[in-house]
Ligand binder design. Structure first.
Ligand code: NIG
Ligand code: FE
Length: 418
């Protein structure tokens, strides 16, 4: 057995009892920590922690690796519950178009946007998609991500959606962090179905879902519920069809308008509803009576210049809140969760404690992993970050452009590459 003892930790952050699945409302304002602490790990599991004045009674010092974390903070790795990290090519020309005045909707209307990525992906080889995704995943793990959700949705045909999901499966089998796979066939209406959207929805329900279930390629089913994409009724129909195959629901909701995605998600008991820039009172009320996690994606709102989601208001109303990156080529070409937290603090007015709760425990919940990830808890997996020498936790979102991560441990091993 390999044992690790990390000593002299300036602050051990996000220590929780095993039964805390997520935190909501006022609970989000606090983050339990221990100053001047130690943390003990056996193989891939966290076993105990304490303060340095109460040194652990270690009887057997053989095979024990001791790490001195003097001046450093230890926190759980981030969970990123919303990414589109498998994609072909980039879309920086659309980025330039937007700088020059076109909107996301205008670019999509002239064949850009999701359909542009779909065209590129349909012509890509599985191996190339896999390699490109691995390069991105390697970067985000070094930036502190210790669990990731990955969506399809740039295929938009039976073959190409299956290709994407097979790439995600291969990623799942080959990277050290846990992966959740999401089927997002309902990401956009493909150009060839523009005048017959019903036929595309039938293709999703009658052909894509059974084929995906047959190969066990997905854990979740997601829909982009938005004007010009999928209506709330279509969203519910597709998500319920997914549930018939055991796929848990998620929704891209209220990103460009108040369109009904949150209410649709709550109705089908979605595990999360994501984006939320246009959330209003009725959505907040509905979420209060649900187990659905609201997830904000600060990278996409930042990159597209969207209005801020009412993040503080949701917390003040007693809701839980999670943060994810939405890493994708069109609206958030970054998976850096440190940056997502910084944007949520700087622009949305969340506190450092709130964003750490949102990007660790609550995002773990949003991807069904809070039993094993998202906090420093005996029995959970030893996925954690050791920072560089920093003065306090608040320094992380404060120094938003610096890389403050020294080491990332995944399942008890220092991450050195895939
Ligand atoms: O989450 N909102 C829909 N889907 C993505 C954008 C994808 C794209 O532009 O390629 C998002 O922002
Ligand atoms: Fe997304």
């Amino acid at each position: 057995m390999h044992k690790i003892l990390i000593k002299n930790i300036q602050e051990l952050v996000q220590i929780r009892e095993y039964n805390v699945k997520n935190v909501k409302g006022n609970e989000m304002n606090n983050i339990p920590t221990l100053k001047n602490a130690w943390l003990a790990i056996e193989d891939e599991t966290i076993v105990s922690y304490g303060t340095m004045d109460n040194w652990p009674g270690i009887s057997d010092w053989s095979n024990l690796e001791v790490i001195d974390a003097e001046g450093r903070i230890v926190l759980p790795t981030y969970c990123d519950s919303h990414t589109h990290i498998v994609y072909a090519g980039n879309r920086e020309s659309e980025f330039v178009d937007r700088i020059n005045g076109l909107s996301y909707e205008e670019i999509a209307a002239k064949g850009g946007g999701i359909n542009n990525s779909a065209k590129k992906l349909q012509h890509s080889h599985e191996d190339d998609l896999y390699q490109a995704a691995i390069t991105r995943i390697d970067e985000v793990i070094r930036q502190g991500t210790g669990a990731i959700e990955i969506k399809s949705g740039y295929g938009l045909s039976l073959e190409a959606e299956l290709k994407m999901l097979r790439v995600i499966k291969r990623i799942k089998e080959n990277i050290p962090i846990p992966v959740k796979a999401t089927f997002l066939g309902a990401h956009a209406i493909p150009l060839e179905y523009k005048n017959n959207r019903r036929a595309y929805i039938d293709l999703i329900i009658d052909e894509m879902l059974p084929a995906i279930a047959e190969e066990k390629l997905a854990d979740y089913c997601d829909v982009f519920c938005e004007n010009n994409y999928f209506t709330p009724d279509e969203t519910i129909e597709i998500l319920l069809a997914g549930q018939n195959y055991g796929l848990i629901s998620k929704v891209h909701a209220e990103q460009m308008s108040n369109y009904g995605g949150v209410l649709a998600g709550v109705k089908v008991n979605a595990i999360s509803v994501d984006h939320l820039e246009y959330v209003a009172e009725k959505e907040i009320e509905a979420l209060k009576h649900s187990d659905t996690m609201p997830v904000i994606l600060p990278g996409a709102a930042f990159f597209l210049g969207l209005p801020y989601p009412p993040a503080k208001k949701m917390i003040e109303a007693g809701l839980p809140l999670a943060i994810a990156s939405d890493y994708n080529p069109g609206s958030s070409p970054s998976g850096n969760m440190n940056l997502m937290n910084a944007i949520a603090c700087i622009q949305y007015g969340l506190s450092p404690e709130q964003v750490i709760n949102a990007s660790t425990l609550n995002t773990a919940y949003a991807m069904g992993l809070s039993d094993n990830y998202g906090s420093i808890t005996p029995g959970k997996k030893a996925n954690f970050i050791i920072t560089k020498e920093i003065s306090s936790l608040a320094f992380m979102p404060y120094a938003f452009g610096s890389n403050l991560i020294d080491k990332v441990f995944i399942h008890g091993k220092e991450y050195k590459g895939i």
